[in-house]
Design a protein around this ligand. Structure first.
Ligand code: NAD
Length: 255
């Protein structure tokens, strides 16, 4: 079985949000010796984060802007990362948008906006990155789903979000099966409520208390909780785990 090369790169989408899961993951993986390719919407923010990571952790980093819902942009951005960094070994699909619109008020435009970013976007990025992984005969992929996929919402975002995040679980299982012979593992993480800005801005103390009510671990999740699970699944020694959805949700969903 092919092992990891000495110099390895992880591509992280959705990494520039200052209080987000992607940013915490970029810091943790860079501090663990990964070289990091950043994909997010704003070119300057991608470049700034790459500079910050390389000067803070002494690794190589490169940022390239893309809307993950735009396949042409995605391919161009990943080409750039590939041309500027060591071998792409891992991918963390973290970019995503929330959607608090109820089904009865839902427009077709909102449905497509959410599906385009949260499901099609993950497919576009993964499809391009997998070309490289197959060529090298090794890869690790993790996509951020949500407990909302398993519980039918119930956190902040509603139906199109749950549909997209449930789609990621199917994508994960199917790709795990197809890509296993290429030494590529594919997994999903289903976070519970994590204290970031995605739920319409910083959460009030009252809202945090409500979100914690159903949990076994009686606190809101942190970006560090998710980042450490991502690091675990992307590691070389996690090679016998594939097709799984790991709930990092304080025990909200037990299955
Ligand atoms: P966030 O809003 O802080 O970060 C999202 C990031 O994705 C941002 O950097 C944003 O610029 C980027 N992004 C959005 N649309 C994009 C696009 N079209 N192309 C490229 N980049 C795009 O949110 P977060 O809470 O850190 O969420 C990260 C992921 O975790 C999302 O997929 C989200 O659905 C998922 N998630 C979050 C929670 C939670 O409670 N925070 C729970 C379950 C799942």
């Amino acid at each position: 079985m092919t092992t990891f090369p000495d110099l390895k790169t992880v591509i992280i989408t959705g990494a520039t949000s200052p209080r987000g899961i992607g940013r915490a993951t970029a810091d943790l993986l860079a501090s663990s010796g990964w070289n990091v390719g950043i994909i997010d919407l704003d070119e300057a923010e991608c470049k700034n984060l790459a500079n910050e990571l390389s000067s803070r952790y002494g690794i190589q980093a490169y940022g390239a802007a893309a809307d993950v819902a735009d396949e042409v942009m995605v391919r161009a951005a990943i080409d750039q990362v590939e041309n500027n960094l060591p071998q792409i070994v891992a991918l963390a699909n973290i970019a995503g948008v929330s959607s608090a619109v109820g089904y009865l008020e839902l427009t077709s435009q909102e449905w497509h906006r959410v599906l385009n970013v949260n499901l099609h976007g993950v497919h576009y990025v993964t499809h391009r990155v997998v070309e490289t992984m197959v060529r090298h005969g090794v890869g690790r992929i993790v996509s951020i789903s949500s407990v909302s996929a398993q519980r039918g919402g119930g956190t902040y975002s509603k139906t199109p979000y749950s549909v997209a995040k449930a789609g990621l679980i199917g994508l994960t299982r199917s790709l795990a099966r197809e890509l296993g012979p290429h030494n590529i593992t594919v997994n999903a993480i289903a976070p519970g409520p994590i204290d970031t800005d995605i739920m319409g801005g910083t959460l009030s103390e009252e809202r945090k208390a409500e979100l914690v009510e159903d949990l076994v671990v009686t606190r809101l999740g942190t970006t560090a909780d998710i980042a450490s699970a991502i690091r675990f699944l992307l590691a070389e020694d996690a090679g016998y785990i594939s097709g799984q959805t790991l709930n990092v949700d304080g025990g909200l969903y037990m299955h």
